[in-house]
Design a protein around this ligand. Structure first.
Ligand code: AHM
Ligand code: MG
Length: 337
């Protein structure tokens, strides 16, 4: 029986791929790995124990009962504080960024932005959810507090990014700018094993993923592109097939493996769309580009957008390059109508 390489071994082996390699980024990824295992354990118990309820409720010991996304936030935060490489975080679950004001962390070189449990409304119905993370070098002086500039860096400056998908199996997929690698969790030994080395997205595919319930609100270019996806044309393998889970990580992961396009566009009511630039779109865009996919707001690469706010939203289009090119043509053609 062959023994697969573990995530820990892979990180040690690829140490030189990490910018400013001093083992810090490896330690940081180990913290994420540990937190992912704990969150995975809790998610697997959803339905058995009361971890899906709303926060604000006290349990019998008089403790606050936490929703699983709050719980995941605490687990990731605590795992990152414990190591000292990270001086601060921003999270979907925190209104403001958090400075890790202790002796060790103050000298940490990295900041992390995360969505600790994306798609958490899917937990109650046993559907895949994910954790998304984005890692930057700090720009504020070492030893002092972090500031907003640390967190509003352009996506191109990410040094690593990834996601954990808690699905039919649990996987951790990440990039440090040297390809995209996927590790599947083996719960029997408690280890992530290399299962998908150097992932690349097919140049084209048959899947389009969008919440079509919002069709009436979509920009005309998106509506026309959807009709194009549904038309019959043998030369381009159409009609395509529609797949939408409602968990960005799971929808992206499937399209990455099979080829496809994911769209969460702007609407008249929500001119910036729904998804968050800093901890949802930027990390997914970094992975996408590393895997040969494209990720844009319909016009410009996500990774080139200059963030202005921590919880900023952005229209999001990502997927196989040939499908993205066609979607862009439709958007440009029907821009002003
Ligand atoms: P969340 O961060 O509140 O979980 O919202 C993000 C999620 C994404 O995972 C998913 O792609 C999208 O929201 C689904 O939104 P909708 O239900 O509007 O289709
Ligand atoms: Mg989210």
């Amino acid at each position: 029986m062959s023994i697969q390489k573990t995530l820990g071994e892979f990180i040690v082996e690829k140490q030189s791929d990490f910018p400013h390699a001093k083992g810090e980024l490896s330690a940081l990824l180990s913290a994420i790995k540990l937190a992912a295992k704990i969150v995975n354990r809790e998610i697997n118990k959803a339905g058995l124990v009361d971890i899906t309820g709303a926060s604000g409720v006290e349990n019998i010991q008089g403790e606050q009962q936490q929703k699983l996304d709050m719980y995941a936030n605490e687990i990731f935060k605590n795992a990152l504080i414990a190591r000292g490489e990270v001086c601060g975080i921003a999270s979907e679950e925190e209104d403001n960024y958090v400075f890790f004001d202790n002796k060790n962390s103050r000298n940490g070189n990295y900041i992390v932005l995360m969505d600790p449990l994306d798609g958490s409304s899917n937990i109650d119905v046993n559907v895949s959810v994910g954790t998304i993370f984005s890692i930057y070098r700090r720009v504020s002086p070492l030893g002092g507090p972090v500031n907003m500039e640390d967190f509003l860096q352009v996506g191109r400056k990410q040094v690593a990014a990834g996601y954990v998908i808690y699905g039919s199996s649990t996987m951790l997929v990440f990039t440090t700018g040297h390809g995209v690698h996927g590790f599947t969790y083996d719960p029997s030994i408690g280890v992530f094993c290399l299962s998908h080395e150097s992932l690349t997205i097919p140049k084209t595919g048959k899947i389009y993923s969008i919440n079509e319930g919002n069709y009436i609100k979509f920009p005309l270019g998106v509506k026309k592109y959807l009709k194009y996806c549904q038309e019959k044309d043998e030369s381009t393998n159409r009609p395509y097939t529609s797949r939408y889970i409602g968990s960005l990580v799971a929808d992206f992961h499937r399209n990455l493996l099979k080829g496809g396009i994911y769209i969460y566009p702007q609407t008249a009511q929500a001119p910036s769309g729904k998804l968050r630039l800093l901890y949802e779109c930027n990390p997914i865009a970094f992975l996408a580009e590393q895997a040969g996919a494209l990720a844009t707001d319909g016009y410009n690469p996500i990774l080139d957008l200059k963030p202005t706010e921590l919880h900023q939203r952005v229209p999001f289009f990502t997927g196989s390059p040939e499908m993205m090119a066609t979607a862009h043509e439709f958007i440009a053609k029907f821009k002003d109508e």
